[in-house]
Design a protein around this ligand. Structure first.
Ligand code: AMP
Length: 213
């Protein structure tokens, strides 16, 4: 199964993508995680990406293509995958179609969340510096205060989760990513899901859309 999950920053894409990945045993491929990983390893590509991410801007397409081309060649993607954060503009969507050379996506999930909910979510958002796992202090807290359940590392607030950068990211989403909704609607692949509720409630809505096919 090949799935894309689309939505504004803070819509819960990463959380839902992880649940989908576990349920269907397909890899969760997050362009944001791949970029953050390159940054923490100090690679040339990571150095190029850092400035853009901290300003809430999209990293240049060529940088992202380098990472995604490699990732989508790996063997574990043969049986499908869930893409989170890619594509993020029309040029990236066309690039994806080229990489997949004829294999089409099965479904594009659009997680719809109002802007005021997004801003509230970011204020409580914390991330693990080591494994990238994301928590929300109220919605999805770690078992131990401010400590990652997966790796025991201290949680941090990412620079790009600060309010000024979040507002920029929302604007970038409206200008560059939202046109993808019309693009996928054209191919009748798009399913809109209300992303406002509890994590498991949103997940069960996604599952029922997946069952409908
Ligand atoms: P995310 O974790 O998906 O919210 O991504 C965090 C940041 O990484 C974004 O604000 C962008 O700066 C960058 N980023 C992630 N995916 C992409 C992409 N497909 N194209 C360009 N920049 C991206």
């Amino acid at each position: 199964m090949r799935i894309i999950i689309l939505g504004p920053p803070g819509s819960g894409k990463g959380t839902q993508a992880k649940l989908i990945s576990q349920r269907f045993s397909i890899p969760h491929i997050s362009s944001g995680d791949l970029l953050r990983d390159a940054i923490s390893k100090g690679t040339e590509l990571g150095k190029k990406a850092r400035d853009y991410i901290e300003k809430g801007l999209l990293v240049p397409d060529e940088v992202v293509f380098g990472l995604m081309d490699e990732r989508l060649k790996e063997r574990d993607t043969m049986g499908g995958f869930i893409l989170d954060g890619f594509p993020r503009n029309l040029r990236q969507a066309h690039h994806l179609e080229k990489i997949l050379s004829g294999k089409s996506m099965d479904l594009v999930i659009y997680l719809d969340v109002p802007e005021e909910v997004i801003v509230e979510r970011f204020s409580g958002r914390r991330s693990c510096k080591k494994c990238g796992r994301v928590y929300h202090l109220k919605r999805n807290p770690p078992a131990k205060d401010e400590i990652c359940d997966s790796c025991g590392e201290k949680l941090i607030k990412r620079r790009d989760d600060e309010e000024d950068v979040v507002r920029k990211r929302i604007q970038v989403f409206k200008d560059q990513t939202q046109p993808l909704i019309a693009h996928y609607k054209k191919y009748r692949k798009l399913k809109k899901v209300n992303g406002k509720g509890e994590v498991l409630k949103v997940f069960s809505e996604i599952l029922s859309e997946l069952e409908k096919g």
